[in-house]
Design a protein around this ligand. Structure first.
Ligand code: ADE
Length: 227
């Protein structure tokens, strides 16, 4: 899979992709992530990428020229399954969308900034708009990192244990059951006996019951929608 991210703040994405699972996935060749600095595509002598909004009002708007030139340059290199714009008014990101995107080959992600991008880009170049939640971030970079992380960890071979992404919260419409590690008794606080029993089937049943109980209690919305 190729993920190309367009941003005017590339440094914001260095750390999320430069560590841990996302770094390993790239080193193993399971995904190629390229961050493209929008300023490098600006034809303005000061590398300007934004301008005032027509009609007035506070906040700058990302201009057509650098964004369109960058999108077109990338499109010349490969065909994209989705060109995503990160925006608080997009469709709400979910595990289902992460699953869907993980099956794609090439994804481009445009990060908005300031007041957003010229609407004509959204109308003519973007195939999908995604929000990571009902709150406004300073830009789309952190949201792009969230979406990329959720997608990349689903790619075959990225997680050591092939089954572990399947047992994540939300994959079966349930939140994850509680987990414990050594010691079994920490200053008198013990782990549930069942987990020490070695009885695989019973442990699996217990985990399922816990997941159901947790979902009912913490995410009744999820529980009711999966029935
Ligand atoms: N850009 C700013 N806020 C955002 C959000 N909540 N989701 C996606 N992109 C954003």
């Amino acid at each position: 899979m190729h993920i190309d991210i367009i941003t005017c703040l590339p440094k914001l994405l260095e750390s999320p992709f430069g560590d841990s699972i996302l770094l390993r996935a790239q080193t193993k060749g399971l995904v190629e992530v390229n961050v493209h600095d929008l300023r490098g595509y600006s034809k303005d002598k000061h590398h300007k990428v934004d301008d005032y909004a027509f009609g007035g009002g506070a906040g700058m708007v990302l201009m057509m020229q650098p964004v369109v030139d960058c999108i077109n340059a990338l499109k010349e290199q490969r065909e994209y399954d989705e060109i995503i714009y990160m925006s608080p008014d997009g469709e709400q990101f979910s595990q289902a969308i992460a699953n869907e995107l993980s099956l794609k080959g090439n994804i481009m992600i445009l990060c908005g900034h300031y007041k957003g991008v010229d609407e004509r880009i959204r109308e003519h170049y973007i195939t999908r708009e995604i929000s990571i939640g009902d709150y406004v971030l300073s830009g789309g970079e952190l949201a792009a990192a969230v979406v990329s992380d959720a997608v990349i960890r689903l790619l075959p071979g990225v997680l050591g244990d092939e089954t572990s992404a399947l047992t994540d919260s939300f994959q079966d419409g349930l939140v994850a059951p509680p987990v414990y590690t050594r010691p079994a008794n920490f200053e008198g606080i013990e782990v549930p006996d069942i987990l020490l029993s070695g009885h695989e089937k019973k442990i699996e049943e217990w985990r399922f019951e816990q997941a159901v109980e947790r979902t009912k209690k913490r995410r009744p919305d999820l529980f009711n929608s999966s029935k």
